[in-house]
Design a protein around this ligand. Structure first.
Ligand SMILES: [Zn+2]
Length: 439
C-alpha cells in the first residue's frame, strides 16, 4: 500500500461515501455500448488479444464483462515496447495505415515518445469529448477562445482548438507571441476564455502587474487550466485567482487519451470524467491491487471510443481520488475529487516521509513573498536531501526563510536546505513548469 504522510492526507481530502453504492455503480459502467465497442476492438486487435491470451473466436461481450477485472493493466512502457517490436507505430494501432490521417506523440519526458495515430472517426470522438467539456464548463458559441501556445506534436491544443471551431466559437491561436503581445490581443479582441497552464497563468499575472494591468477588469469568463497540477493546489489556485478573479476551471487530458475531465461549475474541486467516454478505476500503484471503494491511487482508464488506438485498463501514472458522488449539477457519473493530485513517479522518500511535489508547492505558495521557487531532490545512499531555492524580495528574505523552515520542519520533521535567490533569477516557463528536479 502507498503510505501518505499526515501532511499529504490533510491536503488530499478524502470524502466519505458508501462502498456498496460505489460497487453497484461500477458494475453499471460496463454498459452494453462499452462491451460492444471492446468486442469489436478485440476481434480485430492482435496486440490486446496476445495480452489477454484470447483467440478472436472466444471474444464476446459476456466474456469481457466476466473477465474485465482480471485483464492485465496496460502500461506506457508496454506500448513503447510494442512500437519497438512492430515499428514505427506498434500493432495496437490495428487499422490499415491509410485509414489514419493524424499523428501526435507524447513528450518523451519518461523515455521514448509514444506515437499515436488517429483515424477520422477517432478524431471526431476526441472532438465530441471536448464539446462535452465545453458544455460542463459553460462555454457558449458567443465566447471568444484563446490558445496562447504553439501546439507542437502533443494532442491537447490541436483537439481543443478544433473543438472550438466546431462549437462555432471565434478562436484565436497565440503561439510564438510574447506575453505582452498576448495580453494586448486579449484586450483588443475581447477574448473571454483562455486555455493555459497554471504556471503560465502565474507568469501572465506577474507581467500584467508589472504593466499596471488589472486582469480582473478584462471581462474574462473562464481560465481553463491543464497540463500540470496547479488549479487543484489550494495555495497555487489562490494566487492565480488573486490575479485573474474566480474564473479558474481545472481540466485534464493526455495525448494517450485526449481530454478526460473538467471541473464542474457547481462544485469547486470536483472534476467530472466525460460520461460514456471512459471507464475509470483506481489501483494501488505499488501492489497494482484494484481499490474497491473511494480512495487515493493511480488512475486507470479504458476508452470508449477512438477505435484506431483504444486503451484498455491503461495506467495513466496520475494519482487521483476517484468518486461516484452525485453533484448538484445533476452529474451522477465518475469524478476526480481534487483533480490530478500528483504523478505516481514523482513521489519521493526522504527521512521517513513520502513526499509529493504538489504538497510542497502548496506549502511554498502559501507563503507570501515567495515569488518563484525550485526544489531539487538529491538522492544518494543514506544521505538524500531536498534543496529549496526561493526567489524573494531582499527585504523579506530572512523572515521568509525562517517561515519556510518552520513549515517544512513541522510537516516532515527535518530541517530543509534553503537558498535565497534575487528576484527574476529562476526561469519562468511557458507550458509546464520545471520546479522539481531529481538528481
Ligand atoms: Zn457537477
Amino acid at each position: 500500500m502507498v503510505n501518505f504522510s499526515s501532511e499529504t492526507k490533510n491536503f488530499f481530502i478524502v470524502s466519505k461515501y458508501d462502498k456498496l453504492d460505489f460497487l453497484l455503480k461500477e458494475l453499471l459502467l460496463l454498459t452494453d455500448a462499452f462491451l460492444t465497442f471492446w468486442e469489436s476492438v478485440l476481434t480485430q486487435n492482435a496486440f490486446y488479444r496476445r495480452k489477454l491470451r484470447v483467440g478472436a473466436g472466444h471474444v464476446s461481450k459476456s466474456w469481457i464483462k466476466d473477465n474485465f477485472d482480471s485483464f492485465e493493466f496496460t502500461s506506457k512502457s508496454e506500448l513503447q515496447d510494442n512500437q519497438s517490436a512492430y515499428p514505427p507505430y506498434g500493432d495496437f494501432h490495428y487499422l490499415k495505415l491509410e485509414e489514419y490521417n493524424r499523428f501526435h506523440q507524447t513528450s518523451g519526458s519518461s523515455g521514448k515518445p509514444l506515437l499515436f495515430l488517429d483515424s477520422k472517426d477517432g478524431w471526431e470522438w476526441l472532438l465530441s469529448n471536448w464539446l462535452k467539456i465545453f458544455a460542463l464548463a459553460g462555454i457558449e458559441k458567443s465566447d471568444r477562445l484563446f490558445f496562447p501556445f504553439s501546439f507542437g506534436p502533443f494532442l491537447g491544443f490541436w483537439t481543443a482548438f478544433e473543438a472550438s471551431l466546431k462549437a462555432g466559437c471565434l478562436s484565436f491561436p497565440g503561439g510564438g507571441m510574447s506575453t505582452e503581445a498576448r495580453l494586448a490581443l486579449i484586450q483588443n479582441q475581447k477574448i473571454n476564455v483562455i486555455f493555459t497552464t497554471p504556471s503560465y497563468a502565474l507568469r501572465v499575472g506577474e507581467v500584467a502587474r508589472n504593466q499596471g494591468l488589472n486582469l480582473r477588469e478584462l471581462g474574462l469568463k473562464k481560465l481553463i487550466l491543464a497540463g500540470e497540477p496547479g488549479a487543484n493546489i489550494p495555495a497555487t489556485r489562490l494566487r492565480i485567482e488573486k490575479d485573474w478573479g474566480p474564473i479558474v476551471v481545472d481540466h485534464h487530458g493526455m495525448t494517450e487519451t485526449g481530454p478526460v475531465t473538467v471541473e464542474c461549475s457547481s462544485t469547486s474541486g470536483l472534476l467530472h470524467i466525460i460520461e460514456h467516454a471512459f471507464v475509470a478505476e483506481v489501483i494501488d500503484p505499488i501492489t497494482l491491487k484494484k481499490q474497491s471503494h473511494s480512495t487515493i491511487g493511480e488512475l486507470v482508464l479504458s476508452s470508449f471510443g477512438r477505435a484506431g488506438c483504444p486503451l484498455l485498463r491503461y495506467r495513466t501514472g496520475d494519482i487521483v481520488h476517484l468518486t461516484h458522488q452525485k453533484c448538484p449539477c445533476g452529474f451522477n457519473g465518475q469524478s476526480l475529487l481534487g483533480g490530478i493530485l500528483s504523478r505516481a513517479d514523482e513521489m519521493i522518500f526522504l527521512k521517513g516521509n513520502n513526499i509529493y511535489p504538489s504538497v510542497l508547492q502548496n506549502m511554498l505558495h502559501s507563503i507570501d513573498g515567495i515569488l518563484e521557487f525550485r526544489i531539487t531532490f538529491r538522492k544518494s545512499d543514506g544521505n538524500s536531501d531536498l534543496m529549496f531555492e526561493i526567489e524573494t524580495l531582499p527585504s523579506d528574505s530572512e523572515l521568509i526563510k525562517t517561515r519556510l523552515e518552520k513549515v517544512i520542519q513541522s510537516a516532515f520533521l527535518f530541517k530543509p536546505l534553503i537558498k535565497i535567490l534575487p528576484k527574476d533569477s529562476l526561469p519562468r516557463q511557458e507550458m509546464k513548469s520545471q520546479r522539481f528536479i531529481q538528481i
